[in-house]
Write a protein that binds this ligand. Structure first.
Ligand code: 13P
Ligand code: SF4
Length: 308
């Protein structure tokens, strides 16, 4: 393991690469990264990278976003199969047909799409949001337009609640956040009545309504960091987030909210990236995200939504 870490550090210098890692990566990967963050922070960080190579330790849509915002850079993803159940739930041809049907029925629409989506879906959208900027973007959509929100129905429902803006919701969900057990959450809350519950807005309403704080991963860090005295937090998001919480705010104790059938609140897509694959992709210069025709249009939407 020490050899592997040294090998990666050596290759990183030799290949002039910058490593970006999402908070849902294993701690050993986050530890090696030049930047860690949520989707918004990493997309913005990708535009500040000075080296010619970016290795994105996250899932496919994140690396694709980094490439779209940096056409001239080589963007590597340790495992090209690292997908996302949310992105998969919204194929571009289905979204295009649905938009067409709504427009044929005389509906005036803006499509607001979660960043957890393919480039082709982004290209069909008016706005791209992350958990970090969604509320702000929803408030920017002129009132005379209806909002079609894709693909996460739970995040969409949450945004309806906080902004009061009615939306047409695509029926997608995240396989990790969908399976938290409200029964187990209530049991743990009974055992630890002083603990505070923090939940990602990708969680269903029954989890969110029993939470003290709802927000994306960056928002969770900010919230927890505001408590100066040691506290107990029940965490309803991907399990690796606890590594980041523990390393930034070690004065607190963190407890995962269990899943319905098991403690399987790990994202299997994120878990495809390993130190070995990180080493191999640095050494070989692949797998690489290559420029696709739809990236141009998607890039415009991304820049307008995330960088302005
Ligand atoms: P954020 O880290 O942007 O909150 O996103 C969570 C997520 O599910 C990423 O796939
Ligand atoms: Fe997609 Fe959920 Fe995994 Fe995030 S945690 S990459 S939303 S499946």
């Amino acid at each position: 393991m020490i050899d592997l870490v040294e090998e990666i550090s050596h290759l990183k210098k030799q290949k002039q690469a910058t490593i970006l890692a999402h908070y849902y990566q294993e701690g050993e990967i986050q530890e090696l990264a030049d930047f860690t963050g949520d989707s918004l922070k990493l997309a913005r960080a990708a535009t500040q990278v000075e080296t010619p190579v970016i290795v994105f330790c996250g899932v496919h849509f994140m690396a694709e976003t980094a490439k779209m915002l940096n056409p001239e850079k080589q963007v590597l993803l340790p495992d090209l199969q690292a997908g996302c159940s949310l992105a998969d739930s919204c194929p571009a041809n289905k979204l295009a047909r649905f938009q067409e049907m709504l427009r044929e029925n005389g509906r005036k629409l803006h499509t607001v799409t979660y960043i957890n989506s393919s480039a082709a879906v982004k290209a069909l959208s008016d706005w791209i949001v992350t958990s970090g900027n969604a509320e702000e973007i929803i408030r920017r959509v002129p009132a005379e337009y209806e909002i079609l929100f894709a693909p996460d129905r739970h995040l969409g429902q949450y945004l309806q609640e906080v902004t009061g803006r009615k939306m047409i919701l695509w029926n997608g969900s995240c396989m990790v956040h969908e399976i938290f057990s409200v029964g187990d959450l209530l049991k743990v809350k009974k055992q630890m009545p002083r603990a505070l519950t923090i939940a990602h807005p990708e969680c269903p309403a029954n989890i969110r309504e029993h939470s003290d704080f709802v927000g994306g991963t960056e928002g969770m860090l900010k919230y927890v960091g505001g408590f100066k005295e040691p506290m107990d937090f029940l965490v309803a998001t991907e399990a690796n987030m606890m590594w980041q919480l523990e390393s930034k705010f070690s004065r607190h104790r963190y407890h995962p909210v269990p899943g319905i059938t098991c403690a399987c609140n790990k994202c299997p897509h994120m878990a495809r990236n390993t130190l070995e694959k990180l080493r191999d992709c640095l050494a070989a210069g692949r797998p690489e995200i290559t420029w696709q025709p739809e990236f141009g249009k998607a890039r415009e939407v991304l820049q307008r939504s995330l960088l302005n």
